[in-house]
Design a protein around this ligand. Structure first.
Ligand code: PD2
Ligand code: ZN
Length: 297
């Protein structure tokens, strides 16, 4: 009886939020499985149009040219592989961002703390992200949280032509029927059209925790219109920087490579990780010389 009334209450609350056009809960009926190699799923209407517009608004005016991780050093570098612009939101930046992050955790069954902050991406005519893996090839980028296990790609706008996400190594690439509305790039693999509000979830690791080469994917060039998307990369372990209170008054580095990174200018180039931010303590505060005099050791 108690279960039945809770169910009715849940249904009623869900209906209210749906009436406002805001899908506040995880609705499995809107998810379809696209492929097992890679493991990929599409959630229709994951975000309301209002949520999409809000995320775009948060990013406008703050976009910078997108970077990629160098395969050997792991450092962020500019590249012609990725010609979009983008920016990172803060985790739980506002109520809407927090709600979206909770919904992602409910859908993926992966804890919120394993996620990076949401990245908003903007692609103009001709802009693209060439085929790549979301998992890392270097150890440095696995130091916090381990490998990226999954990606949730949210489409914040429709695109008139192009801008599809394509998986060139997907098992089902030959059997997907494509009419003239798809770009040539999309024809090179299993592709997903960017539709405002939809979200694509795919896994970069297999269930035995090995990296999955079939997760290779790209953002096709935008041919007409523009594309806005939002990416949430999720790691196998906690990705939140630990809040380490310096109760002992100790000032230390958390990685033996800190002095070397500091010497090559990482404190300035990568301050959030090295020095820290308002809500997290940096990993190389000693080498960056940012401890106050009473706590330096
Ligand atoms: O914006 C996209 O469609 C896209 C495609 C491939 C984004 C990413 N990868 C990414 O952010 O990793
Ligand atoms: Zn990617």
């Amino acid at each position: 009886m108690a279960f039945f009334s809770s169910f009715l209450l849940f249904t009623a609350l869900s209906t209210v939020s749906m009436a406002k056009g805001e899908p506040d809960f995880y609705d499995p009926a809107r998810v379809t499985q696209l492929s097992w190699r890679p493991r990929a799923f599409l959630y229709k209407g994951f975000l309301s149009h209002e949520e999409c517009d809000h995320l775009i608004k948060l990013a406008k005016g703050k976009l910078v040219k997108s970077m990629v991780a160098d395969n050997d050093s792991g450092k962020s570098v500019m590249s012609t592989v990725r010609t979009s612009s983008g920016m990172f939101l803060e985790k739980h930046q506002d109520e809407i961002v927090a709600r979206v992050e909770q919904r992602i955790a409910a859908w993926t069954f992966l804890p919120e703390e394993n996620g990076e902050s949401i990245q908003i991406l903007h692609y103009e005519n001709g802009q693209k992200y060439d085929a790549h893996f979301d998992y890392f090839h270097d150890k440095r980028n696995q130091a916090l949280g381990g490998h990226r296990v999954a990606t949730v790609l949210m489409y914040l706008s429709d695109v008139k032509k192009g801008g599809e996400t394509v998986f060139p190594n997907a098992e089902g690439k030959l059997s997907q029927h494509k009419d003239e509305t798809w770009s040539d790039c999309a024809r090179t693999g299993y592709a997903v059209k960017p539709n405002k509000g939809d979200a694509l979830l795919f896994f970069s690791l297999r269930i035995d925790a090995t990296t999955d080469p079939s997760s290779l994917h790209a953002s096709c060039p935008v041919i007409e219109g523009e594309k806005w998307s939002a990416t949430k990369w999720i790691h196998v372990r906690n990705f939140d920087k630990p809040l380490r209170k310096s109760t002992s008054g100790e000032c230390s580095d958390d990685n033996e490579l800190c002095p070397r990174w500091a010497a090559i200018g990482e404190c300035q180039k990568n301050p959030k990780y090295m020095v820290g931010s308002e809500d997290s303590v940096g990993f190389c505060r000693k080498s960056c010389g940012v401890c106050d005099s009473s706590s330096s050791s």
